[in-house]
Design a protein around this ligand. Structure first.
Ligand code: SAM
Ligand code: SF4
Length: 437
């Protein structure tokens, strides 16, 4: 019996899919190379913008064909779109056998059993399942052997007016620190070197528990023997304080990289988005980060065309991008999400103008990214070799999250090595191994 999982969206979804693969493995299923071979197909969905919604429906249209060859194959839909609009999807795609939301993934064995017996297995909970942490007891099946996601907090208590996540993922729930550390211990024993702590707002970790905060979590993770690198995503600018930045700087395991979404540069738009900071306050945090961690690589998310955004507002975003000099920017056009406070606000600009703004911004950033990469020329950097790519080259990442290709023997895979950078490309670096193993 084989399974195939198609994942859309963020790292939280990737980690949920790894857990679902773990559950299916426990039930005796093997991964299928191709969906056509699968007995169970799961589509883990995203709802953050409209495009992923559409992609899900077209993927389902493709997977439907499996029913001709394998009438008993089970097709399931889960994740944020299923949580928000599971019943609508069932109406649009009645061939689906199983639908479940974001907090009851641990019910997959029961739901699968029901679907296999020919019934529609549908479980979309209005309230958060109080036993959702049972999911954490399942092993993960990971593609990357040396770096692993660990969910530390679920949900989001912020109320950004454009965002569907608080609806699809519920309020903030931090995992108990002991459970997190046990999972990390297990991952390290399994060969993992780099731990990537994830959550919609990791910097809010512990607020709901009351007896621990995010930087204490960082310190505890760094004490687990064998953890060589720590990353975390996503930090919210509002919750990132100087104490946390100091701890990031002091702990040798914490990588010099941070994704800190600004969303927009204009104070008027930031307020309309209810982000809880001004441009000046955001830039102050960036200043602190650069002061304590001079080599830090920064990345951000940008929304172009939030309702009411004028060209002057947009230019404020461009100004911030030029001033901060991010290593990477993830920019998208605003997409109205049903049920969010901003959904009914009228769009101020036409789609063509917004596309132009977005393209211009992406082009400005491309040059900045290349300029940042050029700083690596002739430098020696630490790289965790993760795999051998299709061209037979060793491939890994620097602590600053830059992709590096090097020549070398397969024994280096899984090792942290020093690499002298000899060539800088727009999206990757190339070099020679200088030491390590
Ligand atoms: N919690 C993180 C934060 O506050 O920055 C981000 C999590 S959110 C799921 C990921 C990204 O999706 C956001 O940073 C934002 O840029 C983007 N996003 C969310 N809602 C959006 C919308 N309605 N239209 C366009 N982009 C959106
Ligand atoms: Fe969405 Fe805002 Fe929460 Fe991030 S902080 S998940 S953008 S509501």
């Amino acid at each position: 019996m084989k399974y195939y999982i198609r994942t859309f969206g963020c790292q939280m979804n990737v980690n949920d899919s790894e857990k679902m693969a773990g559950i299916l493995k426990t039930l005796g299923y093997q991964p299928a190379e191709d969906w056509k071979e699968a007995d169970v197909i799961l589509v883990n969905t995203c709802s953050v913008r409209e495009k992923p919604d559409q992609k899900v429906l077209s993927a389902l249209g493709e997977f439907k064909k499996i029913k001709k060859e394998k009438p008993n194959a089970v097709i399931g839909v889960c994740g944020c779109l299923a949580q928000r609009a599971g019943y609508e999807i069932l109406q649009k795609a009645p061939f689906i056998d199983m639908v479940f939301g974001t907090t009851n993934i641990h019910h997959l064995p029961k739901l699968l059993e029901e679907a296999k017996s020919g019934n529609k297995a549908v479980e979309i909970l209005e309230e958060i399942d109080e036993n959702e942490n049972l999911l954490d007891q399942f092993p993960t099946v990971r593609e990357n052997k040396y770096t692993a996601f660990v969910t530390v907090i679920r949900g989001c208590d912020k109320k950004c007016t454009y965002c569907i996540v608080p609806t699809t993922r519920g309020k903030e729930r931090s995992r108990r620190i002991g459970d997190i550390l046990r999972e990390i211990q297990f991952l390290v024993e399994d060969g993992v070197k780099e731990i990537h702590l994830i959550g919609q707002n990791v910097t809010a970790y512990g607020k709901d528990l009351g007896d621990v905060n995010f930087w204490e979590l960082l310190e505890a993770v760094a004490q687990v023997e064998g953890v060589k690198r720590i990353r975390f995503t996503t930090g919210h600018p509002r919750d990132l304080d100087e104490d946390t930045i100091k701890v990031m700087a002091d702990l040798p395991q914490v990588c010099e990289a941070l994704h800190l979404p600004i969303q927009a540069g204009s104070d008027r738009i930031l307020q309309a988005m209810d982000r809880g900071y001004t441009q000046k306050e955001y830039l102050y945090k960036i200043e602190l980060l650069k002061k304590y961690i001079p080599d830090i690589a920064l990345s951000t998310d940008i929304i172009v065309g939030f309702p009411g955004e004028t060209y002057q507002d947009y230019l404020e975003t461009v100004k911030v991008i030029k001033e901060v000099e991010y290593d990477q920017v993830f920019a998208f056009k605003y997409s109205p999400r049903p049920g969010t406070p901003a959904a009914d606000l009228p769009m101020t600009e036409n789609p063509e103008t917004l596309s132009k703004w977005l393209n211009d911004l992406i082009n400005i950033q491309k040059d900045i990214t290349f300029k940042k990469n050029l700083q690596y020329e002739e430098k020696t950097v630490e790289v965790l070799i993760e795999e051998i790519n299709e061209e037979g080259k060793l491939t890994g990442r620097t602590r600053t999250n830059k992709l590096v290709h090097v020549e070398g023997s397969p024994e280096y895979v899984g090792q942290i090595v020093d690499v002298k950078i000899e060539k800088v490309n727009r999206f990757s670096l190339e070099g020679k191994i200088n030491g390590g193993i």
